[in-house]
Design a protein around this ligand. Structure first.
Ligand SMILES: *Cc1c(COP(=O)(O)O)cnc(C)c1O
Length: 429
């Protein structure tokens, strides 16, 4: 069945209740769940390899369940037994998982696991989600809170660093846990996952109501889309009711790791709260599946401008050969590359970090060589709370009298008439 046909069907109200077929293998639990709590599940594409994966490892799971984001959340791979059932773990991975305690547990949705190599521990997406011994190595300069967010926290979960905008950490839960997480200290806390309570949200909202200089609120976490539709609707409504807040954004990785979260009902809610923008976390072109294509299409069709953020990671995406197709793939999906981040010096992340020059090399390979929209901003988030600092290859070669000498994308030097200017004079010519 074509996607178009599926889409048209989804639009037809009222939706037919799709019940899992009576099936001897199905547990009564899932049947009851499907009937009692959910409206008609929405159809979603399933990639060919993903389908083979779930038939193999979740043979009793219907496509309807697989496409239900709550099922994906419940079925997450979270411990050594579950990992070993699916992956052929290396000794290093096994030991590292066994040794782990505290925050940032393993957590991988079955969908995202289906994109990983089951046998090769060096495969990029697998490396970003299954811990290795390197995580226990702490390098000089690494810290639990390298960005000094705790210092700039003005209410529970509210980081006010820049004059006119705030970062609002809405939850400690993500649907998957990236091993290089900047907020390793707050996500997936010991003994479960921490949810900021609505009482804490109230304190953050009270701050925002009185701080009229705040015009831009960035919802992050954890992943705000792990919140249920009602809670999200409530929070967005409260923010929208504050007159001086002009602009709300949501940062999320769910369209990438749990694209089934982007249901029609979620999109209908988000659409009510325009202007709403979203920043989506992407790492590698292997994430650009039919599922992600559908999720981004739904968001873009709802008029939500989409940006991307990518963390530069050693041997995962630190080459133009990986980054160029990723950026092009995002543009094709109406996602505008926004930030490429140098990996923050979070404790135990040294094996992921590249020299800062690597990011500049990648920007150099993009800028001018391909669509301008495909080039993100390369930024270092300054340790100690200095905020994001943009870096770009320096095109200023020097100065020759009234002429400024500039290097183009091919490395050729051009003269630009700039009488009376001084830019470049300290470089000679
Ligand atoms: C990244 C960030 C923002 C948003 O920065 P933009 O450059 O506007 O996207 C706001 N507050 C904090 C604390 C941040 O880290």
């Amino acid at each position: 069945m074509s996607l178009q046909v599926l889409r048209r069907r989804e639009l037809k109200p009222p939706l037919r209740t799709v019940r899992p077929k009576p099936d001897a293998h199905q547990t009564s639990f899932t049947n009851i769940e499907a009937r009692a709590h959910r409206p008609a599940p929405l159809r979603f594409p399933v990639g060919v390899d993903t389908k083979a994966f779930y038939r193999r490892f979740w043979p009793n799971t219907s496509t309807v369940e697989w496409n239900d984001w709550r099922w994906q959340m419940r079925a997450r791979i979270k411990n050594l037994a579950e990992l070993s059932r699916i992956f052929r773990l290396s000794d290093d991975e096994r030991t590292a998982v066994e040794r782990h305690e505290g925050a940032l547990p393993v957590g991988i949705t079955p969908y995202y696991a289906s994109l990983m190599s089951l046998t090769d521990a060096r495969e990029p997406l697998r490396r970003t989600h299954i811990m290795t011994g390197d995580e226990y190595v702490r390098l000089p300069g690494e810290d639990d809170d390298p960005l000094g967010e705790d210092h700039d926290t003005v209410a529970p979960g509210l980081v006010h660093r820049y004059p006119d905008r705030v970062l609002f950490l809405t939850t400690g839960t993500c649907s998957t846990y990236c091993r290089y997480c900047t907020r390793a200290r707050v996500v997936g806390n010991p003994g479960g996952e921490y949810q900021f309570s609505t009482r804490q949200w109230d304190q953050a909202l009270a701050y925002l109501e009185t701080h009229t200089e705040v015009r831009d609120v960035l919802l992050s976490g954890g992943d705000p889309l792990t919140l249920g539709d009602d809670k999200l609707d409530w929070l967005l409504g409260r923010l929208r009711a504050i007159k001086h807040i002009e602009f709300v954004r949501i940062g999320s990785k769910m369209p990438t790791v749990t694209p089934q979260r982007i249901t029609k009902s979620l999109v209908a809610i988000l659409k009510k709260h325009h202007p709403l923008w979203m920043s989506l976390h992407f790492t590698h072109p292997n994430e650009l599946t039919p599922e992600t294509t559908e999720a981004t299409a739904r968001l873009a069709d709802a008029g939500i401008p989409l940006g991307s953020q990518t963390v530069l990671l050693k041997d995962i995406n630190d080459s133009p050969a990986v980054m160029v197709p990723l950026m092009h793939g995002l543009l094709k999906r109406r996602v505008r590359p926004y930030y490429l981040y140098q990996c923050d010096p979070i404790r135990g992340s040294g094996h992921f970090r590249t020299p800062v020059s690597k990011g500049l090399e990648i920007i150099q390979a993009l800028r001018g060589h391909t669509t301008g929209y495909a080039t993100p901003i390369f930024a270092v988030d300054a340790p100690g709370g200095g905020g994001k600092i943009q870096l770009a290859p320096d095109p200023v070669v020097g100065r020759d009298g009234d002429d400024l000498l500039l290097r183009n994308f091919e490395g050729k030097v051009y003269r630009y008439p700039d009488p009376g200017g001084s830019l470049g004079s300290d470089k000679g010519a």
